[in-house]
Design a protein around this ligand. Structure first.
Ligand SMILES: NC(=O)c1ccc[n+]([C@@H]2O[C@H](COP(=O)([O-])OP(=O)(O)OC[C@H]3O[C@@H](n4cnc5c(N)ncnc54)[C@H](OP(=O)(O)O)[C@@H]3O)[C@@H](O)[C@H]2O)c1
Length: 327
């Protein structure tokens, strides 16, 4: 075979590899239908805080995989613009299958979450995928202010918890299994390299499955917020870097493990796989566009976890770059 022939063969192999990767990422039921030559059924995915950044990218990639995406945002015009932008991009590339719609959702507002859940049940009868992405962080560089600690914990931890409570009953029965993906951070590790919780007894409890409870996690964040109010908190007891944000993500990670335990005995056909992941240091508004990867790359592990074939799906684990990492 000449040089040209070899290059063409290499190109064909690469194309096949990409097609297989794409196909493997599509939910089993959809793949079955494609193989049967039927029109693909739409799995329904909810992505919170999806008007920009990593959430926008997760929405885009899930839609390209053929899911119906509910792009949720707290602000109507920002969310509607995001949907228009996704539809415009799809139309320009000749892709008529992209299916995205907007719905209002402020994860810190219980009434908004309730209205969102009711609308989803009424309109779609349920969901297959929930990505809890909405989040805030007010620290940058070497800052470690706790001025917005309440908003950070209310959004990142209680917002995620509120969504899981409201949406779990809406998961549609499916042999493929429902998916909950919590967007977290390595900063929320209990015993990380750069950041760890100073209180040794609390750390031990947080890392021991038998000690996990809502009281433990809520108690931890409430204790910190109380100390912030009293101005008595110290970074010796708590994570040293971006303390409020790190505690909120530590709570998300621990809550992921707790919910995983609760969900793990659901019968076949009603299984829900919940995991959390760190997207890396991503160039978004949150980091002031600093970082070493794009939002597109940051979204990758979320989409992978949401679509992983059932036989490979895990529950209650923490991931980064598609690999399991320690809590
Ligand atoms: N960027 C990173 O390096 C990095 C690293 C680790 C983890 N993460 C996590 O990745 C997720 C996405 O962050 P990002 O980097 O894409 O930041 P981003 O561009 O600032 O996006 C955050 C999104 O969350 C939304 N949001 C904030 N508060 C909300 C609320 N109360 N209700 C609903 N939506 C709300 C924002 O909406 P508005 O436009 O209305 O503000 C925005 O759409 C966050 O959970 C973050 O903690 C990011």
């Amino acid at each position: 075979m000449g040089k040209k022939g070899k290059a063409a063969a290499r190109e064909r192999r690469e194309q096949r590899r990409q097609e297989v990767t794409l196909l493997r990422a599509v939910p089993y039921e959809l793949r079955q239908r494609w193989w049967d030559g039927l029109a693909p059924a739409r799995a329904v995915a909810v992505v919170t805080g999806a008007n920009r950044g990593i959430g926008y990218e997760i929405s885009r990639q899930l839609a390209l995989h053929g899911l119906h995406v509910i792009l949720a945002s707290r602000d109507a015009s920002r969310g509607q613009e995001a949907v228009e932008s996704l539809l415009r991009e799809a139309a320009e590339s000749g892709d008529t299958s992209v299916d995205v719609e907007w719905q209002q959702l402020d994860v810190t507002d219980a009434a908004s979450v309730e209205a969102f859940a009711a609308w989803t049940a009424r309109t779609h009868g349920g969901i297959h995928v929930l990505v809890n992405n909405a989040g805030v962080n007010f620290n940058r560089g070497a800052d470690n202010s706790v001025e917005f600690a309440e908003q950070v914990i209310e959004t990142n931890y209680f917002g995620t918890k509120r969504m899981i409570e409201a949406m779990t009953p809406l998961f549609k029965p499916s042999l493929y299994g429902g998916r909950i993906v919590n967007v977290s951070s390595r900063l929320g590790r209990a015993d990380g390299r750069r950041n760890r919780i100073g209180d040794a007894i609390l750390k031990e409890k947080l890392l021991t499955d038998d000690c996990l409870s809502e009281e433990l996690i809520d108690g931890m964040v409430m204790k910190f917020l109380e100390q912030v109010k009293q101005d008595s908190w110290s970074s010796i007891e708590w994570p040293q870097m971006y303390t409020d944000y790190s505690i909120s993500k530590l709570a998300v990670n621990t809550y992921t493990r707790l919910v995983a335990r609760r969900l793990s005995d659901r019968p076949e056909g009603e299984k829900i796989y919940i995991n959390c992941f760190c997207p890396g240091w991503v160039k978004t508004a949150m980091t002031g566009w600093e970082g070493n990867i794009s939002a597109e790359e940051g979204a990758d592990t979320a989409v992978w976890l949401a679509l992983l074939p059932q036989e490979e799906a895990t529950i209650g684990k923490f991931f980064a770059e598609r690999r399991e990492i320690s809590f």
